[in-house]
Design a protein around this ligand. Structure first.
Ligand code: XUL
Ligand code: CO
Length: 440
């Protein structure tokens, strides 16, 4: 097949002053930030599903993208889809991609067909990705599109459906391992309920806990040293999903003894659907020791669904980058774009504009986050705010040397004085830092 993206040149770094829309202004893979190449900090990944598997259909209308490889799941069409995927990723010059099993092999009604399609598809994926010098940031199994999963995968009332899911997860996990992937993701889009009237909630939680534990056991059995990541989302497609947000997932992991085995893949649009900010989800995951990876995107402030748009917000992204840098950076995780074009963005080049804008946003946010940490205003303020707890009775209480009664007695010795939280001052300090010159 001819090269779908032949009109698009490889995207290169041309610096902040370029007006070339098909060039990076901030993403310079080799630029050193805090002793590490930008490429190694950001660990950028392009996703298969929104980029080349999706045809632009929405609940009110059919696909708008006339991609020549779509409309069929015959082996030739899937091969052409794969070639288009790597035509895109290699031109963007990022080191990673992410995929569902079904992106590569399509959906199958019969388990035996699925298994043989995976053998063929994963062998071709391996060849193609190596040709382009790429590997997966993560792989996953699609346990939500096929009608068999309408009542859940692991949480399905029918164990035969859960067994099909087990076959998919086992196969996709082994494939991710064989392809040199760094993580394996579980997103439970149908693990939840539409009505409690037909749902045995404790039973479903136990099924999900066992399924996750079995996935972790299998990871160790095959010697996969990457991370297993759960991706929180509160709802959509089902009314209530068990992996609601980071804190809920952590409670679930604790209950099933998996908190040292599983981390989270955080997606901003999922965070906002749950009524949390993106930064809240990242900070919470870090505080609980389960931060793994990010599916970068954004929602729309006016509507309540998962619009999966490319990220835009420099302020929010810089704040999150600062959290990531403070936490020591990505370990095995990275920055995957779980983002898609608007339905009217039908040109091949639109896929590039979306990704280039987002990659430059992350690059600039990284540079600014580095300055923010170097400046130190915010961290000094934070440390100073809690200084009282490092000494005296505060310390003794934290250490357990003082109990509730003895600690409470100290209140009789001095009355607390109100101290400003200085929010507006700190917000304007952040604005000042966003104005800093981070040109090379
Ligand atoms: C759905 C979502 C998925 C997962 C992978 O909202 O984010 O694309 O990232 O299944
Ligand atoms: Co996602």
């Amino acid at each position: 097949m001819s090269d779908y993206f032949e009109t698009v040149p490889p995207i290169r770094y041309k610096g902040p002053d370029t007006d070339d829309p098909l060039a990076y202004r901030w993403y310079d893979a080799d630029r050193i930030v805090r002793g590490r190449r930008m490429e190694d900090h950001l660990r950028l990944a392009v996703c298969y599903w929104h980029s080349v598997s999706w045809d632009g259909a929405d609940p009110f209308g059919s696909g708008t993208f006339a991609r020549p490889w779509l409309g069929s799941e015959a082996p030739d069409a899937l091969d052409a889809r794969m070639d288009a995927m790597f035509g895109l990723v290699s031109r963007l010059g990022v080191p990673f991609f992410t995929f569902h099993d079904t992106d590569v092999v399509g959906t199958h009604d019969r388990a035996a067909d699925y298994r043989s399609a995976m053998e063929r598809g994963m062998a071709r994926l391996r060849e193609t990705m190596m040709e382009h010098g790429m590997r997966p940031l993560w792989g996953t199994a699609n346990l939500f599109s096929h009608p068999r999963y309408m009542a859940g995968a692991a949480t399905n009332p029918d164990p035969d459906v859960a067994a099909f899911a087990a076959l998919q997860v086992r196969t996709a996990l082994e494939a991710t391992h064989a392809l040199g992937g760094d993580n394996y993701v579980l997103w439970g889009g149908r693990e939840g309920y539409d009505t409690l009237l037909n749902t045995d909630l404790p039973r479903e939680m136990d099924q999900l806990g066992r399924f996750l534990a079995a996935t972790v056991e299998h990871k160790h059995k095959i010697g996969f040293t990457g991370d297993i990541l759960v991706e929180p989302k509160p709802h959509e497609p089902v009314k209530h999903q068990y992996d609601r947000d980071v804190a809920t997932v952590y409670g679930f992991l604790k209950r099933y003894g998996l908190e040292d085995e599983v981390r989270v893949n955080i997606e901003p649009n999922h965070a906002t659907l749950a009524g949390n900010s993106f930064a809240h989800e990242v900070a919470t995951a870090q505080a609980l020791g389960v931060f793994g990876s990010i599916d970068f995107n954004r929602g729309d402030p006016q509507n309540g669904w998962d619009t999966d748009q490319f990220p835009l917000d420099l302020r929010e992204t810089t704040q999150v980058m600062a959290l990531i840098l403070e936490g020591g950076g990505f370990r095995r995780g990275g920055s995957n774009f779980d983002a898609k074009m608007r339905r009217q963005s039908v040109d091949a080049e639109d896929l590039f504009h979306g990704h280039i804008g987002a990659i430059d946003l992350l690059a600039k946010a990284l540079l600014l986050a580095d300055r923010l940490l170097e400046d130190g205003t915010l961290s000094r303020n934070r440390t100073g705010r809690y200084a009282g707890w490092s000494e005296g009775e505060g310390r003794a209480f934290l250490d357990g040397a003082l109990g509730l009664a003895a600690f409470g007695e100290t209140a009789l010795e001095r009355d607390p004085r109100p101290v400003s939280g200085r929010q507006e001052y700190l917000e304007s300090q952040l604005s000042r830092m966003l104005d800093m010159d981070v040109r090379p």
